[in-house]
Design a protein. Structure first.
Lengths: 114, 116
């Protein structure tokens, strides 16, 4: 069964460093998402991406964040200068369409900023 | 704005017992509702979804959920829990009528522990 994969599973970085989280969505999917979950809090939407551009972003997704689909298979989330409060589990998801289509989630990348 | 509340952070049940996980949502129109499950080291897996029609929805692994508009609830149930059901369960609502198509709003999750 096709699945969304994410690498790395755990990333430790120092405050102020740049990190890139990688995701490989399901191959025939067209919509891509990033969510995050700070420990003990809700899973929060960050951004959606379709047709090589951002469809929507939340208030969390400020100028420190960017997304890219550098090739036909990868979907990346970059945090330019990490802060302590960026420590969270980051989930990538993909879907064939919006609204009534299931979003398939990856296992997540745990980002720890020290 | 849309929001989802899962009042129970942690629930413990004995194997074979029935289960009900609560979910309440805040949304102005008819929502799209989802239950996801996450086992350790795994991604979020969809258990079931409600878009319209029959308010009792059947999902995978023997789970069902009932949409009750009057109570703004979408509680997840299983008549007999198995040890393998131990996981974290997330309720989510999707927006069908605004420009935020596809965006999901999640609850905080309920951790289920199953005793043998």
């Amino acid at each position: 069964e096709p699945e969304v994969t994410q690498t790395p599973s755990h990333q430790v970085t120092q405050m102020g460093q740049e990190v890139i989280l990688r995701c490989v969505p399901i191959s025939n999917h067209l919509y891509f998402y990033w969510y995050r979950q700070i420990l003990g809090q809700k899973v929060e939407f960050l951004v959606s991406f379709y047709n090589n551009e951002i469809s929507e972003k939340s208030e969390i997704f400020d100028d420190q964040f960017s997304v890219e689909r550098p090739d036909g298979s990868n979907f990346t989330l970059k945090i330019r200068s990490t802060k302590l409060e960026d420590s969270a589990m980051y989930f990538c998801a993909s879907s064939e369409g919006t609204v009534s289509y299931e979003q398939y989630f990856g296992p997540g990348t745990r980002l720890t900023v020290t | 704005a849309q929001s989802v509340t899962q009042p129970d952070i942690h629930i413990t049940v004995s194997e074979g017992a029935s289960l009900e996980l609560r979910c309440n949502y805040s949304y102005g129109a008819t929502p799209y509702l989802f239950w996801y499950v996450q086992s350790p080291g795994q991604g979020l897996q969809l258990l079931l979804k409600y878009f319209s029609g029959d308010t009792l929805v059947q999902g995978i692994k023997g789970f069902e959920a009932e949409f009750k508009r009057s109570q703004s609830s979408f509680n997840l149930r299983k008549p007999s829990v198995h040890w393998s059901d131990a996981a974290e369960y997330f309720c989510a609502v999707g927006d069908a009528v605004s420009s935020t198509l596809g965006r999901l709003y999640f609850g905080r999750g309920t951790q289920l522990t199953v005793w043998p």
